[in-house]
Design a protein around this ligand. Structure first.
Ligand SMILES: CSC[C@@H](O)[C@@H](O)C(=O)COP(=O)(O)O
Ligand SMILES: [Zn+2]
Length: 215
C-alpha cells in the first residue's frame, strides 16, 4: 500500500515526520510502553493533515510504510490503509490546539494501573512534585496539575465529546488518561510531547508508590 501525497505536501516533509514517529515509537516500545501492538502516534503535517500510525502495527517495528496521511476529520488521504482506531482523538487535539505538532498515546503498566485506580475520582491531582515543571506552562512544583480519567469506550465520538466538555468548561488540559486503557499527551514538537509523556509516567508512578506505601 503506497502513500500518495497531495501536491501541497512535500514528500520530504512527510518522510521526516514518518521517521520521527517511527523513532519515537521504537524507543517507547523499548521502554515497554506499547505492549502487543497497542499505542498510536502522530505528527501534524499542516493545518489540514497529520501523519499517523496505521492500525494494528507493532509499534516497536515501525518503518515509513507504517505511517499514513489523514485529514483533520480522520479520513485516510492518498492510501487505502486503515488509520489508527483512535485517529479521532489525535485529530481532535490538532483541531483544538493549533500549536500541537505531535500526539503520543501509550499503554504502559503504570498508566494502565493509575487509570483504574483514579477512575473513581475522575481525575488525578498532581501537586508538590518538582517534575510537574516538565509540563509546558507549569513553572513551579506548587502548581496543581489535574489529569482527567475518562471512561473507556470503543466509540471514539464519545471520548471526543468528553475531551471537548472538559475543555469547554475552561479547564486546562495537558494530558488525559482513559480508564483501563492508557494515556494521551501532546506537545509543540516531538521533543515536548516526549517530555510530557516521560514526566507523566514518572509522576503517575510516584503517586502509585505513595499508595503502595500507604503514605
Ligand atoms: C492492541 S489493543 C490496543 C488498541 O485497542 C488501541 O487502544 C491502541 O492503542 C492501538 O490501536 P491502533 O488501531 O493500532 O492505533
Ligand atoms: Zn490505545
Amino acid at each position: 500500500m503506497s502513500q500518495q501525497l497531495p501536491d501541497s505536501i512535500p514528500p520530504g516533509l512527510f518522510a521526516a515526520r514518518a521517521e520521527a514517529i517511527a523513532d519515537a515509537a521504537r524507543e517507547l516500545a523499548l521502554a515497554g510502553w506499547t505492549p502487543a501492538t497497542s499505542s498510536n502516534f502522530s505528527m501534524r503535517i499542516d493545518a489540514e493533515h497529520a501523519a499517523i500510525t496505521i492500525s494494528g502495527r507493532d509499534k516497536g517495528k515501525l518503518g515509513r510504510d507504517d505511517i499514513m496521511l489523514v485529514d483533520m476529520q480522520g479520513h485516510a488521504v492518498g492510501t487505502d490503509a486503515r488509520p489508527s482506531a483512535e485517529t479521532a482523538l489525535h485529530t481532535q487535539i490538532y483541531r483544538r490546539w493549533p500549536g500541537a505538532q505531535a500526539v503520543l498515546h501509550t499503554h504502559s503498566r503504570t498508566q494502565s494501573v493509575a487509570s483504574r485506580l483514579f477512575a473513581r475520582d475522575g481525575l488525578i491531582r498532581l501537586e508538590g512534585w518538582e517534575l510537574q515543571k516538565a509540563i509546558a506552562g507549569h513553572t513551579t512544583h506548587e502548581s496543581v496539575l489535574e489529569i482527567p480519567v475518562f471512561p473507556n469506550t470503543q466509540h471514539m465520538p464519545e471520548l471526543v465529546a468528553r475531551v471537548d466538555a472538559w475543555l469547554d468548561a475552561g479547564k486546562p488540559l495537558a494530558a488525559y488518561l482513559i480508564d483501563g486503557h492508557g494515556i494521551y499527551t501532546w506537545g509543540r514538537d516531538m521533543a515536548e510531547a516526549r517530555r510530557h509523556l516521560e514526566a507523566l509516567e514518572f509522576l503517575l508512578g510516584c503517586e502509585l508508590d505513595l499508595r503502595r506505601l500507604n503514605a
